[in-house]
Design a protein around this ligand. Structure first.
Ligand code: FES
Length: 271
């Protein structure tokens, strides 16, 4: 309000804004979406924290959990080279998942969709469209630490080799428990679905779309980049759905490997 009668004079009550007494004018259940988002992300964070620190049951021939791949420590489970990349010592015995999760975690944390999701779900900044946020000041992503969100495109570059290594893990899944090729089980299928969703999520990234098709004056002179940009654009329209689908699939893939590795479930073989 501009007459000074309202105790707070920021956001929708800032001088010059329409003097509306109601906190907002939405009559739908706008809070459902941020609530479900917050619950979903909290469940994933709780599960992944448990699994990342567990440091056990992440490999069983021929499957490796995506949470622990590439396994970069010298303290990785005994698995074939290719799934194991012992480059970084044993890191004082810490779980090797902590070494590699920095990259997919950073990619997702700085993702444009997830930013929207957790700004709304956890920080209420704002909780929904046309619902004012409760914070006194809004600086967006112009200051530290949120300005660091701009490194997203660099995490994209790391996401590509990580997805490539997970693809290799899926190829390893086409063996039986004795290392013979040409076999597949339920775990192979789960890892395969997971990597398809991870690639789709990665290529639907806004940064990917810009990298392949941005900063061009004439698409007509760059037909290949134009084609790639069109494909990335089509996937980009499904970025939110792919973000959730790949988040769920990576947890399911890890949980499946956990169940088989711990002996709680016997992996059915198709051939
Ligand atoms: Fe979501 Fe890049 S914008 S992964």
């Amino acid at each position: 309000m501009s007459d000074g009668s309202h105790p707070t004079r920021h956001g929708v009550h800032a001088p010059g804004r329409a003097a509306i007494a109601a906190p907002h004018l939405r009559t739908d259940r706008w809070w459902v979406s941020p609530l479900v988002t917050a619950l979903g992300l909290t469940a994933f964070v709780a599960y992944s924290t448990w699994r990342a620190f567990a440091n056990s049951n992440y490999y069983t021939e021929p499957y490796v959990s995506p949470f622990y791949s590439p396994c970069l420590g010298t303290n990785c489970a005994d698995m074939p080279l290719g799934a194991r990349w012992p480059l970084f010592g044993d890191w004082w015995g810490l779980s090797p998942a902590l070494l590699v999760l920095i990259f997919p975690l950073g990619f997702r944390l700085t993702c444009y969709y997830y930013r929207k999701a957790y700004y709304r779900g956890f920080w209420a900044a704002p909780p929904a469209c046309a619902v004012p946020e409760p914070h006194a000041k809004y600086t967006g992503e112009t200051r530290f630490p949120l300005i660091l969100q701009n490194i997203h495109r660099y995490f994209f570059y790391f996401a590509i080799p990580v997805a490539g290594i997970l693809t290799y893990d899926v190829v390893l899944g086409f063996r039986d428990q004795h290392g013979h090729w040409g076999h597949a089980g339920l775990g192979t299928l789960i890892l395969l679905i997971n990597i398809v969703l991870i690639w789709a999520y990665t290529f639907s990234c806004h940064s990917c779309r810009h990298i392949v098709g941005g900063r061009l004056k004439h698409f007509s002179r760059h037909p290949v980049r134009y084609r790639l940009w069109s494909w990335a654009g089509k996937l980009n329209t499904r970025h939110m759905q792919l973000a959730w689908a790949s988040l769920i699939s990576v947890a399911v893939a890890d949980f499946y490997v956990y169940l088989v590795a711990s002996g709680a479930f016997h992996d059915p073989r198709f051939f």
